[in-house]
Design a protein around this ligand. Structure first.
Ligand code: SAH
Length: 344
């Protein structure tokens, strides 16, 4: 099998160049071609000697992903990509442009093992981890398809990023490298369902990417039902870890809160949420539920306004994510890799 280069660090590119009998600095050139100039073939790497380009074509490949479907049926401008991996499995990414940002929402695993009750990806179970190359492959492949730059990356597609910690961090570091894709660390968001050990590790390691935590209920009993991971790490332990992160990093984490009609949108929930938000540096992001099945529904716009009024006044920043792309099954929680479903 040919060696896939997308996903290699600068040092690994340099080591690879030496491995194949060339000079170390050729590895740096290769790295720039892959991530900064985004060459789509070895032939395009014009400052490499022809002989080296030939060798590379024989023994290596860049590692762009196979595109199985590009779905731009959404009435918003979002575009959903379905990629086929080398082992035939599928993952999805969603491109979400707005007036100031061009964001790609990417997957970190094939499926997910956490079984959150409101999320479509949960229905797939965990199929496997993605490599850093496959994670960055989503970014490079979608950029090439649309011929555009991306300003922001959110790890909010399929999977739990912190359950694939090493590859996700490696991918985020490559994405933010100034010599490569150069997407600023503050423009990369990792979103976790609340893996407390990894939140603490993340805080200790001092990463600069932004962190979002899916809270979804202020009450342990209910959160344990909606998000089984909360039976392992309860709300109290989670909030302690988030506070630890906020203090240690001097960064403001975002608490995400999916609004489920009649489930977590009462006055008591607003009061519980408010208490939490007032107790630590954080921002709150309300996400009106996007349909994934018959179990839940989205509160009316009017009720969402009421819920917000219950929360106010707040010291923390508050935003509502009116997910784009829900009409094309491309919104938060709706990614299930439709081909994957067929395989099951
Ligand atoms: N596993 C990670 C990232 C993926 S989900 C996490 O849990 O954070 C990204 C966000 O979408 C999370 O905040 C999650 O709670 C939310 N979400 C999941 N299903 C949803 C749905 N059906 N409608 C709206 N938001 C949903």
């Amino acid at each position: 099998m040919k060696k896939r280069l997308i996903g290699l660090t600068l040092q690994e590119c340099e080591a690879f160049a030496e491995e194949i009998g060339d000079r170390k600095y050729r590895g740096r050139q290769l790295y720039k071609w892959i991530y900064a100039k985004r060459a789509d073939s070895f032939a395009a790497m014009t400052d490499l000697p022809a002989a080296l380009r030939d060798t590379l074509s024989e023994i290596a490949e860049l590692g762009y992903l196979d595109v199985e479907d590009v779905d731009d049926r959404s009435t918003s401008d979002s575009v959903k990509y379905l990629f086929r991996l080398q082992d035939g499995r599928h993952i999805e990414s969603v491109y979400i442009p707005d007036s100031s940002r061009k964001t790609l929402c990417i997957s970190s695993q094939v499926g997910c093992g956490l079984n959150c009750q409101f999320c479509a990806t949960a229905q797939l179970g965990l199929q496997r981890q993605l490599t850093a190359g496959e994670i960055i492959g989503q970014v490079l492949t979608s950029m090439r398809l649309r011929g555009h730059d991306l300003t922001n990356i959110v790890f909010m597609g399929m999977g739990e990023p912190f359950a694939n910690y090493d590859e996700v961090i490696r991918a985020a570091q490559l994405l933010s490298d100034d010599n490569g894709l150069a997407i600023g660390a503050r423009r990369i968001v990792l979103s976790t369902a609340g893996l407390v050990d990894k939140i603490i590790r993340y805080a200790d390691e001092g990463h600069k990417f932004r962190l979002a935590i899916s809270l979804n209920s202020p009450f342990q009993e209910q959160r344990g039902q909606l998000m089984p991971i909360s039976r392992k790490w309860d709300v109290t332990a989670l909030l302690e870890a988030v506070k630890y992160y906020a203090v240690k990093s001097h960064k403001v984490p975002t608490l995400e809160y999916v609004l489920l009609a009649g489930v977590n949108d009462s006055r008591e929930h607003a009061a519980g949420l408010k208490k939490i938000v007032q107790s630590m540096p954080c921002k709150i992001n309300l996400i009106p539920y996007n349909p994934t099945g018959a179990l839940f529904s989205r509160p009316s716009a009017q009720h969402i306004e009421t819920f917000i009024r219950w929360l106010l006044p707040l010291r923390a920043g508050l935003s509502v994510r009116w997910s784009k792309g829900d009409d094309a099954q491309a919104a938060c929680g709706q990614l299930a890799g439709k081909k994957e479903e067929r395989l099951l």
